[in-house]
Design a binder for this molecule. Structure first.
Ligand SMILES: NC(=O)c1ccc[n+]([C@@H]2O[C@H](COP(=O)([O-])OP(=O)(O)OC[C@H]3O[C@@H](n4cnc5c(N)ncnc54)[C@H](OP(=O)(O)O)[C@@H]3O)[C@@H](O)[C@H]2O)c1
Length: 360
């Protein structure tokens, strides 16, 4: 059976690009028809372009091995002819990325991006599908402003926030006021493996450039409101973040302390997690995990090694909910950074866009 949408991957040779390739291998709606990267990889068969740096557990899918790698900045027209939409997993200069994403959208291709370049463009929705699917409504104004008919740009938030934002969303009726979060982030988040980053073995690095600002600010756009064709960021809760790189391959863990306006009990909080009203329920999106939020009663869960693949890497696992001595409550949450936090989250976003008619 023919799949409904032909898809291009910009940045197909990198960590996130490779993840797109494995995740889409058996996708029921999306079929990869074009892969693109820098001039370093362009012109080669995909298999040759990633030799010695294929970092996925699964092998390169047969259908992709021989695909010709296009050059992102030169082959736009060819890619636009071969695809219905593109995923962007480029790691390059922000201004250049913004310009490129605009050019692809200008060729009437929807762009679903992992890159941060457009995250603060007011009419570009930053989607965490279970939290703010309604922000896709801003696409109409974006198209009108840019004179795009079918093209549009939609971005994913940073991988560090995907564990704690859904939990706080489930608790929003208790009005979180202040949040202190420390994230313990995997090396694949930096596009690295233990082979390419031996200095991280037996080491912890207390700094990830730019990550703390993203972890504090991006949730505010996600919880923002759409008005007059732009997204206005929310003002609460106030978040203070510390982001730390740890010697783990995949999986970002967050340790979170929260102060609420209301005074929920532990039973209230657990019930809210269990009864989270998932806005994707009933849409039958192929990548949507069920359940989305999983709470562990065991004191030593979630664990990165055991739990990052829950729901095929798309679920968020939570545990250790207990009273805090300074704020109200504290807990631990975990999500897979290159699946939920990157490629998988983008695929789910594109599925939602397809379902809502935004892919044309
Ligand atoms: N890793 C994660 O967990 C994660 C999570 C969320 C978001 N992200 C974001 O996703 C994006 C990709 O991250 P990554 O970790 O996959 O990066 P990466 O492994 O460094 O891969 C970067 C990709 O961009 C291409 N590229 C680099 N410079 C280019 C240029 N000048 N022109 C055209 N293509 C160029 C590379 O092509 P060549 O192979 O030809 O050099 C490669 O395909 C980044 O914006 C990152 O912030 C990553």
């Amino acid at each position: 059976m023919m799949k409904q949408y032909s898809v291009g991957i910009l940045g197909a040779t990198g960590t996130v690009g490779q993840r797109f390739i494995t995740l889409l291998e058996d996708h029921p709606w999306f079929e990869i028809t074009a892969v693109a990267a820098s001039s370093r990889s362009a012109g080669k068969p995909y298999e040759e372009a990633v030799q010695d740096r294929w970092a996925q557990k699964d092998p390169i899918p047969e259908a992709i091995k021989k695909l010709h790698v296009y050059e992102v900045e030169k082959d736009l027209k060819t890619i636009a002819d071969e695809c219905d939409f593109v995923f962007c997993a480029l790691s390059m200069d922000k201004a250049k990325t913004r310009e490129l994403e605009n050019s692809y959208a200008g060729l009437e291709l929807p762009v679903v991006s992992n890159n941060s370049a457009h995250r603060w463009t007011p009419d570009v929705p930053m989607i965490l599908p279970e939290v703010n699917p309604h922000h896709l409504d801003v696409i109409e104004a974006q198209r009108e402003k840019n004179d795009w008919r079918r093209g549009c740009i939609v971005v994913k938030p940073n991988c560090s926030i995907q564990s704690y934002v859904p939990v706080l969303e489930a608790w929003k009726s208790f009005q979180p006021e202040q949040v202190i979060v420390a994230t313990y982030q995997a090396i694949s988040g930096a596009g690295k493996t233990f082979e390419t980053w031996p200095e991280i073995v037996d080491n912890v690095i207390p700094y990830i450039g730019g990550e703390e600002g993203k972890s504090e600010q991006e949730p505010m756009k996600i919880w923002g409101t759409v008005e007059d064709g732009v997204i206005h960021a929310a003002e609460k809760p106030v978040i203070s973040a510390s982001c730390i790189r740890v010697p783990v391959v995949d999986g970002h863990m967050a340790v979170v302390h929260v102060d609420f306006e209301k005074d929920p009990t532990k039973a209230d909080l657990l019930e809210a997690l269990e009864k989270f009203e998932n806005p994707l329920a009933g849409l039958e999106l192929p990548s949507a995990p069920e359940p989305f939020l999983i709470y562990f009663e065991e004191d030593d869960r979630p664990q990165t090694g055991l739990d990052r693949d829950a729901g095929n890497g798309m679920a968020v696992t939570v545990g250790r909910l207990r009273e805090d001595t300074i704020l109200d409550w504290k807990f631990v949450a975990l999500s897979h950074n290159t699946v939920r936090g990157a490629a998988g989250g983008a695929v789910l976003t594109a599925e939602l866009m397809a379902k809502k008619g935004f892919l044309g």
